[in-house]
Design a protein around this ligand. Structure first.
Ligand code: ADP
Ligand code: UVW
Ligand code: MG
Length: 400
């Protein structure tokens, strides 16, 4: 047995999976949510068994202890499972990390140093790494970076038209994110269609609470919607995505917003939440269907931006072979997919209404038989991809 533990510490959550790599079977998984709030939620799944409880979770160290308790109480015990590697999701690797990297003191320091380039993500990611390295002191830990897949972006695609001296001094450029998912999904799409990955042109739409689009040309990311930080690009659950930066000057000068106020406003109080009062696309679409005007407008703004990026990436790829939807919204929202791809028949993009509505597990095709561009729903699996890359980095075989 070769078992890998994958840890994904987000700003307010810790997700984990224990995976047996010979057949990529998930032995157990869990989600610890609302870290730092008055009442947190803990879920642990093992086969068909599921344990859930609510309690206050002070910080990521406490969350890590809870994860260890879950394994001890609900199994599998670490003595039985004996993970050989811990794989960590790290959002920002800057132009320092181009692939999975075994973590030592120096790598920890580099991740810390990159916090300003992903302030909501890298700090919590690092807290998870530190807690895990204390508990699993005798096995390798590997960092798998969201940005690594986008290090193939050209300078033209990744530099802003910002004063070059300032940009270079402060490392301002587009790094992108969700790369592990974009890679996994574009590869899975190629396999599903039985096409060589290095020839396929794919637009990947990773639409969850955080959302990003990516143009993948023959297995290489050539453009992506997230920027220096995961704030740029698509409208998200609570983030604005693209916005005229002069809006910030205006709010500062006219309304006295501080930098921290603006950070909070753009990252946490905007997007669908700020437009409609909820960041859950299920609620927004239900309300829009019931005639709620704010919800309808919120949805239209959300979709308008999605269409902007789809169009842009079809041009970047000189036509695509595949549009692949993933993430909580991308995999589940019939309505968002329908609105986002409407009227694109002239581009060879034909959504099949019935297939779009059919609910099935696994990868599925939702385009018409005559659609030149194949449209797929591809459930993403960042954890499996992190586990595979972590194992690869350490050289441990998947079956032994
Ligand atoms: N059945 C559904 N229909 C529409 N949207 C859904 C559905 N299920 C989940 N979602 C959306 O998916 C989002 C979560 O996506 P996910 O990829 O898990 O997010 P993240 O990893 O960014 O936290 C939810 O906020 C919700 O808007
Ligand atoms: C980078 C990012 O936005 O990640 P998540 O979707 O997990 O919030
Ligand atoms: Mg996510």
């Amino acid at each position: 047995m070769t078992v890998v533990l994958v840890v994904n510490s987000g700003s307010s959550s810790l997700k984990y999976q224990l995976i047996e790599m010979s057949d990529e079977r998930v032995l157990a998984s869990g989600l610890i949510e609302r870290i730092g709030e008055a009442s947190g939620v803990v879920t642990h799944k093992r086969g068909d068994e599921r344990a859930e409880r609510e309690l206050e979770i002070g910080d990521h160290d406490a969350a890590f202890d809870i994860m260890m308790q879950n394994f001890a109480e609900h199994g599998p015990s670490m003595d039985d499972a004996k993970p050989v590697v811990v794989g960590h999701r790290i959002v920002q690797g800057g132009r320092r990390f181009y692939g999975p990297t075994i973590i030592d003191e120096k790598v920890e320091m580099d991740i810390e140093e990159l916090i300003p380039l992903a302030p909501l993500h890298n700090g919590p990611n690092l807290a998870g790494v530190r807690a895990a390295r204390r508990v699993f002191a005798n096995i390798p830990h590997v960092a798998v970076f969201d940005t690594a897949f986008h290090t193939t972006l050209s300078d033209a695609a990744s530099y802003y038209a910002l004063n070059r001296e300032v940009a270079d001094k402060y490392r301002v450029r587009k790094y992108g994110a969700h790369g592990t998912s974009h890679k996994y999904v574009s590869e899975a799409a190629a396999e599903f269609l039985d096409r060589p990955y290095d020839e396929l042109r794919t637009v990947v739409l990773h639409i969850g609470n955080g959302a990003s689009a990516c143009a993948v040309d023959g297995g290489k990311s050539i453009d992506t919607s997230m920027g220096m930080t995961p704030l740029e690009g698509l409208v998200m659950g609570t983030r604005t995505g693209d916005i005229d930066p002069a809006v910030l000057f205006h709010l500062h000068r006219k309304a006295g917003y501080s930098v921290d106020d603006l950070d909070r406003l753009l990252n946490k109080q905007s997007g669908l939440l700020g437009l409609t009062g909820t960041n859950d696309v299920r609620d927004v679409t239900a309300r829009a269907a019931a005639g709620d005007e704010a919800a309808e407008l919120g949805l239209e703004i959300y979709v308008h931006r999605l269409r902007h990026y789809i169009g842009s990436y079809l041009v970047a790829l000189q036509g695509a072979d595949v549009i692949a939807w993933c993430g909580g919204v991308g995999e589940n929202s019939v309505e968002v997919r329908k609105r986002a791809l409407a009227g694109m028949e002239w581009l060879g993009v034909e959504l099949d209404a019935e297939r779009n509505e059919a609910r099935r597990d696994g990868i599925r095709e939702i385009s018409t038989d005559s659609s030149r561009v194949r449209i797929l729903v591809v459930p993403t699996n960042e954890e499996i991809e992190i586990a595979r890359q972590s194992l690869e980095a350490t050289g441990v075989p998947a079956a032994q």
